[in-house]
Design a protein. Structure first.
Length: 347
């Protein structure tokens, strides 16, 4: 009788977790549609619909606004939100620390310095990259930051505290170097650096979207493949090893996955903070640590938060688009402090 009750409770719990994911999909879809409709051009939902179905009744200006600006930005918000959400979830799991994210570990700061370096200095050998030179620099330095953090922690056998401290150190280092780039920059270059480091979806285009989408299509299944091992890891290293999990190999593998995802995402949109903290934490409150549900819901929460932030960024200043990185910081900082000050959390 007890076994039957346990099976019933498990199925009921699984049902609710799937329900949360379904609700997350619905909220995300509503936010996505709203993000396309809202904007300085004051287009109606009917105009957006006619543009999306490529009707001949829509004006040329409205068609260009939807297909060249709003739709790419809305899709980019979803993809980057998913990338940062799942990257934060993966980092928090392998480090067992709810403050872990690409932003707090300095990976975003590394990307910011790489982009600034390309804007100010540039490299003649990379001129063939054209408009992709700045994203390329951001990607390289984000990847190098991840490798440096891993190398430091390899000495300490992946101590969670060591990795957090190494990430904070990297963040301060690259912020200082980025300030140096700003000091050396011309007025025009300085404007580009500041705009990029604030975080923006305005550079979104179908090529960038395709690149991020391909990376997510490859990396997300690889992350989900490790869902059981990651769930076991939450029981502790010794218990996970007792269940047959190669703990060190798992951490290396997952850290490599999330480093690639993060580097690609931030290389196109700039520094967008706190999505990797807030998204996974909301998912954890809803479905717990079962990675089969935690990882996809973290991605959904990241998508929704960044999509809503995109909407807010277009409503704060009439006729203009506010930098989305500022919006996510305004949302994320209070949440960050609530985590730090919570007595129930262990760091």
């Amino acid at each position: 009788m007890t076994e039957i009750k346990n099976q019933y409770d498990y199925r009921k719990e699984t049902y609710y977790k799937l329900l949360y994911i379904l609700i997350g999909l619905m909220i995300c879809f509503v936010s996505f549609v709203t993000d396309i409709v809202v904007g300085p051009a004051n287009l109606t939902f009917h105009d957006v619909w006619l543009a999306l179905i490529q009707s001949s009744d829509i004006s040329k200006n409205a068609y260009v606004i939807i297909w060249s600006l709003r739709l790419p930005m809305a899709i980019m918000a979803l993809l980057v939100g998913a990338a940062l959400g799942i990257a934060g979830a993966g980092m928090q799991t392998i480090l067992d620390n709810p403050l872990s994210s690409p932003y707090t570990l300095g990976i975003s700061a590394g990307a910011g310095f790489g982009a600034s370096l390309m804007v100010v200095v540039g490299v003649s050998a990379l001129e063939f990259l054209g408009v992709f030179m700045v994203p390329f620099g951001a990607f390289i330095f984000a990847a190098l930051t991840s490798f440096a953090i891993y190398s430091i922690n390899k000495i300490k056998n992946f101590s969670s505290e060591t990795m957090i401290l190494a990430g904070i150190g990297m963040m301060f280092l690259f912020q200082a170097l980025q300030s140096l780039m700003q000091y050396m920059a011309s007025p025009e270059a300085l404007q580009n650096i500041v705009f990029w480091t604030m975080g923006s979806l305005s550079k979104a285009n179908w090529i960038n979207i395709t690149i991020i989408l391909v990376v997510l299509i490859i990396m997300l299944p690889l992350m989900m493949k490790e869902a059981w091992h990651l769930t076991a890891l939450k029981l502790g290293d010794e218990k996970a090893a007792g269940l047959g999990v190669n703990v060190e190999k798992l951490r290396i593998k997952v850290f490599a996955f999330i480093s690639i995802i993060t580097a690609v995402a931030v290389s196109f949109v700039g520094t967008i903070g706190f999505i990797g903290i807030v998204g996974p934490h909301i998912a954890r409150m809803l479905v717990g640590e079962d990675q089969r549900f935690f990882l996809p819901l973290s991605a959904l929460c990241g998508m929704t938060i960044l999509s809503i932030s995109s909407i807010v960024s277009k409503m704060l200043v009439t006729g203009a688009i506010f930098p989305i990185g500022i919006v996510t910081a305004i949302i994320g900082v209070p949440f960050f402090f609530s985590l730090v000050l919570s007595k129930k959390r262990r760091f």
